[in-house]
Every structure is written in C-alpha cells, then in structure tokens.
Design a protein around this ligand. Sequence first.
Ligand code: SF4
Length: 247
Amino acid sequence: MPPADTAPPRRFFPTHINTYRQCPERYYHQYIRKRKGVPQFNRPLIVGGATHRLIAAVLPGYMRFGRIDLDLEAQAREEIATSDYPDEELPYREQDALDAIEMTQTALDMLPRDATSLLQERKLAMLLGRSGVEICAQVDLVVQTGDGAIEHIDFKTGKVRDNSVQSLMLRAVVGKRYRAAREIRSTTLYLAHRQRQTQTLDPDASKADWAGIARDIRAIRALDSFRPTPGPLCEYCPFQQRECSVW
Ligand code: SF4
C-alpha cells in the first residue's frame, strides 16, 4: 500500500495502462514509488530503441526531400554503442546495428507515398471528461495523405501483437488535435515483419475498449490494490531482484 499522503496519478500514457495490466505491482514500483529497479539486459529493446532514434533522425529530411541526410551505418553503430552489452553479448553488437539499419530502411519504404508530414516525435494530450485525468501519447509520425485523411503512424520493431491500448489512446489524442479531419487513420508498421495494420477512428466501435481503460485508471487512482501478477515477463522486470513481493 502506498503512504497515506500519496497523490493519485493523473497523467496516463499507453505504457502505464499496459504495465498495470501486465502486473499492478510493477506499475506501483515504477510509477507510484518511481523506483528504477535493476534494468535487465534486453537486446530486442536495445535494437528497438536504436531503430526509433535512427528513424527520428532521418525522417525530417526524408519527408521533405525524399533522401537520407545521414551516414546510417555510422549512426546505427553509435546508437548501439550507447547501450551496455555484457561481455557474452558483445559479438552481437554488429548484427544489432545492421538490424536497426534494415528496419529504418523498411520504415521509410513503408511510408505512404502521397503524404505530407504534420508532426514527428511529439507528445499529445487530452483531458478525460471533467476528471482532471490526462490521456497522453507519444506519436512517431502524423501525416496528411493525398485523400485528405489524417494518419498517425507508429513504428514497432517487435512481434505483431495486440496494440489496442496504444492505438486507441493515440487515435484519441490525434483525433482531438485534428478534430476537423474528414478521417483519422491509425497505422502500425511492424518493421521486422514488413506488416502494416491500419484502422479508422470509430468512437462507437471502441467504446468497450475505452471502458476497460477507464476502469484501469479508476483502479490505479484508488491506490488500494497493486497485487503482483507473476508471469513470463518477470524475467525482464527491473524489480524482480529486489522490491517485488513474490521473488
Ligand atoms: S517480478 Fe513479476 S510479479 Fe514481480 S513486480 Fe515484476 S512483473 Fe510483477
């Protein structure tokens, strides 16, 4: 239980809801107590982070002039080198840099051809009703396509999996910002698999999902139950070695 004077959180990003759903106790250590724990080495996460930074670095020039104004190989090696690899993982660094380059090039290949860039790497927020609670989301890219629709594009480097919480929260904040748009599209590009998922903003169809998010936010703000939910992801949890009540 948190100390009695703990203020309930009022800003929620998709990662907060996903962490709470994975394990309420992890959410508690990470976002209520604001502990860092002991980060676990995670190669896919390192490659994903490097890829996102590479994409962010090349996107402005690419969207304006259709070219890459950067030495991608040198930049990828530099990005990967910022992470601490344990000795036994050092032989994989070169391959990880190559994977980051390949996924960055895939991201550029998969962008809509007739699009104008509106926002890149931007945090957007909106108030949820009159509760004072803020829904926030980080957009990778928002474009206007040739048919006048607004499309927000999220780059993913991992497996194709349920991305509904992030997609819904992104759609909400983008829809709020571009409320006059004739259509809002949400696209997730799974770079390692060259797969694209696109949905259109439909408030009626997403009512049940929103109700689930609102329920989680109410439960978090009540601050009265952060039960542990052990599972396969404990292996990557920074609180497994200490703080966690289970291990
Ligand atoms: S180690 Fe597992 S059970 Fe413990 S806080 Fe982390 S995710 Fe939850």
